[in-house]
Structure formats: structure tokens, C-alpha cells
Ligand binder design. Structure first.
Ligand SMILES: Cc1ncc(COP(=O)(O)O)c(C=O)c1O
Length: 392
């Protein structure tokens, strides 16, 4: 492989590895490690002693309350993971089978999977070259040309299906432009469920991500900014929606002193107390983690002055990012160079992660509708994430 690479490309790779080593030192580097330095073990022991390790217990209630205080969301329902949170939020949103939901092509597969679990159709949108999130101007142009309004609903002219909602993703922790989302959603009468799986601690101006629409969904997977092992949460300011979600997340079990009654189809999606115990401890140290991550981003920014052929994604002026994963976009698309860079980093024990394959190209999704993908196609094989553990 090396024999085909040019001397200029070789120098770029060496400069890049040197820059990473300047920031992170000599050790083997993973993408994102969890950080347990607070009360995690104490709370776990306490939880085990209580015998309440499953979906009933004080920690899960406390974790929801802490998340509510931090994000400003009136209601928080903790779930077993972020995908379940998305599924449940869509399921309870008023959607009908075969309605379409807009989402970016550049996101984790879980976003689209959740739409399919709810019996709906993913409708993929192009992303912006600036922050890699949905490009709302392009989407507005696309919807103006390709949809019509029927009985107040936005209808896809081609498929004749209703476009019911939109799931924007705050990718890698970079907040979307919430006002643009709200304008678009109001113009086309779209229900908003935000995928905030990666953006706990990220704000649009002073508003926490995931609180602009009907619901926002968080993930606490082991690679996220804080973790509960596996876990997720739904944020919502809508009380009746919250009540419905909470009920369905606990197998739709009706409260009764002794009878076991379930009054509709439900899911066993509530976060176990033992996971929430870890979450409470993680949240207590969250500000320290966030500060460390911003520091890491600043250090990357400084060292990459020696690599003008790449662009480190920065927060927009309306945003305060958690910098969950530092993200690089190569200025030029050179697939061979991109693959060599990934390969050489791997050989040097530096885990840099390529971006996902665009979802609209995957075999289980490629038959579903999508907008033009000019930016997505241009960005593909130019994006990767850097080692971003908080205390590197
Ligand atoms: C953008 C996005 N959406 C959804 C999910 C799903 O979360 P989980 O892995 O907790 O199911 C993740 C995380 O893995 C994610 O990064």
C-alpha cells in the first residue's frame, strides 16, 4: 500500500500522527473511554444492598430528576438505551404506519432503525458541510419542490405518503440550528423528535439540545460523554406525552395494589436502577468531564495548525458544544489517502474512526426516499473522529 503513496501524502500522515502524539502522548489511543472517578462504586454497592436493581428504585428516579434539572426538560423518562428511547418517542408521537420521517443520511444506524421499528419510513436528507448536521436551507428547497399540503399535512408528491416528522441529529455533539428547525417544522407541519444521543451538555444558545420539539432522546452507551453501561432517556416538556411514554416503557402496567393488569401493548424499556446508580455518579462529575473535553478540543486546534489540509469541526456561533467526538474533515476527497491515513493510525495504536456509510446507501434502506445528496456524497470518505476521551 505504502509504495503508491506520494511523498507529499506521506509527509501529511507523519505530520498528523505527530500532532496527535503531541496532544495525547505515547499511549495506545481508543476513540472514547468511559471515566469513572466519582461515586460510581459507592452507588453500585448501595444499589445492590437495596436489592432494587431492576426498573424500580430510587436511583432511576434520582437520575431522571438530575437530568431534568440539567437539561431544563420538564419530564425525563430513562430507558434501556438510546435506540429504545427513539423508538418509544416515535411510537408515542401520533405517527401512523408508513408515514415518512425525515432524518440525515449521516448518523448512526440506530436513528433509522428506530423509525423502522415504529413501522414508519425513513426519508433521508442531505447534510451541511459546516457542521455535518441536516442542512435546513437545502431541505426547505427540497420540500418546497417535492411535497404538497393535504388537509394540513405535508405529503410526499412521489410516494403520496404523509411526511409526519423530522429527527434531526446533533452529530458528534454539535448542536443544530434550532430556530431554523422550528421554522421548517412549522412551515411543513412536522413533529420534531431530536436525536440528542451524542449531545448531552450541548446547547443551542442557552437551550439544551433535545428540548425544542415534542421529544429529545439521549444515549448513555459506554462510548458516550457519560455512561450508565447501556442506557438512554427521553426528554419532553409535554406532560401528557410524558405520561404515555412512561406507561408504555413499563409494559403498560396499571398501578394496582395486587392485580397485574396491562392495558395496552407495552415495552420493557425502563432503565434498571443499577444502571441509573452509575448515571447519578457520572452526572455529579459531568462539569469536570465537559471542561476536559473542551480543553482537548482546544489542544487539537492548536496542533492542527501544522495540517492545513484538514478542517477540525468547531462549534457554530449559536452553539455550545460538548465536543463529544472531535471530528476532522479532509479538505479534498482522496479515498486512497484517507484509507492510508486510517491504516497508518491503526498501525500506530491511534484509533481514528471513519464516519458511517451514508444510511441512504445501505441495503436495508436504499429503497426508501432521499433528497439530493450532493454534500453527503462529497463529504463521504473525508470525515473521521479523533481520540476524544475526556482526560487524555
Ligand atoms: C446519533 C445516535 N443515535 C442513536 C444512538 C443509539 O443509542 P444506543 O447505542 O444507546 O442505543 C446513538 C449511539 O449509539 C447515536 O450515536
Amino acid at each position: 500500500m505504502g509504495s503508491n503513496i506520494t511523498a507529499t501524502q506521506e509527509k501529511k500522515i507523519n505530520d498528523f500522527i505527530l500532532a496527535i502524539r503531541q496532544v495525547c502522548g505515547k499511549k495506545a489511543l481508543s476513540l472514547h473511554e468511559p471515566h469513572f472517578t466519582g461515586n460510581e462504586v459507592n452507588y453500585l454497592k448501595d444499589c445492590i444492598k437495596s436489592n432494587y436493581v431492576s426498573s424500580i428504585g430510587d436511583y432511576v428516579v434520582k437520575f431522571e430528576r438530575m437530568l431534568s434539572e440539567y437539561t431544563g426538560a420538564k419530564n425525563v423518562i430513562a430507558t434501556i438505551n438510546g435506540t429504545a428511547a427513539l423508538h418509544l418517542a416515535i411510537y408515542c408521537s401520533g405517527i401512523s404506519t408508513n408515514d415518512e420521517i425525515l432524518l440525515p443520511s449521516l448518523t448512526f444506524v440506530g436513528t433509522a432503525n428506530a423509525i423502522r421499528y415504529a413501522g414508519a419510513i425513513p426519508h433521508f436528507c442531505d447534510v451541511s458541510k459546516k457542521d455535518l448536521n441536516i442542512d435546513f436551507e437545502l431541505l426547505d428547497d427540497y420540500l418546497r419542490l417535492n411535497t404538497e399540503s393535504h388537509s394540513g399535512f405535508c405529503t410526499n408528491k412521489l410516494t403520496k405518503r404523509r411526511i409526519f416528522g423530522i429527527i434531526p441529529v446533533h452529530l458528534y455533539g454539535q448542536p443544530i440550528h434550532v430556530n431554523k428547525l422550528l421554522r421548517l417544522a412549522s412551515k411543513y407541519n412536522l413533529v420534531i423528535v431530536e436525536d440528542a444521543a451524542e449531545s448531552l451538555g450541548s446547547f443551542y444558545n442557552s437551550q439544551h439540545t433535545g428540548t425544542a420539539g415534542l421529544a429529545g432522546c439521549l444515549s448513555f452507551n459506554g462510548n458516550k460523554i457519560i455512561t450508565t453501561g447501556g442506557g438512554g432517556a427521553i426528554l419532553t416538556n409535554n406532560n401528557s406525552f410524558a405520561k404515555k411514554v412512561r406507561h408504555i416503557s413499563t409494559t403498560s402496567k396499571v398501578s394496582h395494589p395486587y392485580k397485574l393488569i396491562h392495558d395496552e401493548l407495552g415495552y420493557n424499556y425502563r432503565m434498571p436502577n443499577i444502571n441509573a446508580a452509575v448515571g447519578c455518579a457520572q452526572l455529579e462529575t459531568f462539569e469536570k468531564i465537559k471542561k476536559a473535553k473542551r480543553g482537548l478540543h482546544d489542544r487539537y486546534q492548536t496542533v492542527f495548525e501544522s495540517c492545513p489540509w484538514l478542517n477540525l469541526v468547531k462549534e457554530q456561533d449559536y452553539a455550545n458544544s460538548n465536543y463529544w467526538l472531535n471530528t476532522v474533515v479532509l479538505n479534498k476527497k482522496e479515498t486512497f489517502f484517507y484509507e492510508n491515513l486510517l491504516e497508518r493510525c491503526k498501525e500506530n495504536d491511534i484509533f481514528i474512526r471513519p464516519s458511517w456509510e451514508p444510511l441512504h446507501t445501505l441495503k436495508m434502506f436504499c429503497q426508501f426516499p432521499s433528497s439530493g445528496m450532493e454534500n453527503m456524497n462529497s463529504l463521504n470518505e473525508r470525515i473521521f473522529n479523533l481520540p476524544s476521551s475526556p482526560f487524555l
